[in-house]
Design a protein around this ligand. Sequence first.
Ligand code: NI
Length: 151
Amino acid sequence: MAIRNIVKHGDSVLNKKCREVVVVDDRIRTLLDDMVDTMREADGVGLAASQVGILKRVVVIEVDDKVYELVNPVIVERSDETAVKNEGCLSCPGVTAAVERPVKVTVEALDRNGEKQRYTGEGLLCMAFCHEIDHLDGLTIVETAQEFIDD
Ligand code: NI
């Protein structure tokens, strides 16, 4: 396990689309472990692989003491209702952005054993699912913001 360097906004890797993982192997499991360590070290609630410079569709989230390890995550259901909430990002230090998201989403992803799982999230978990999956498509809060909030 290791702490990886978090890429900051302005680095073009953050705006590239990540590729699907073909096989969930030990390299992916090591990446997941390192990403959890890196997220915790930075006191974040989520981290996408592109934020550590790896263009693969891999995400980790920790909300309410539960860790979610998502490989090839896809939002399969989203509420029609949306809300605008303030978000930050480990790659965008000092930036707070108001972003419109669904209030509830269901995500399908492979777990660390390559098995398909389904998760439904509201509140912070929903925000994290949406925020991290945006990262996999090359979007940070700088691109998705409705407006920027002065601290
Ligand atoms: Ni982020």
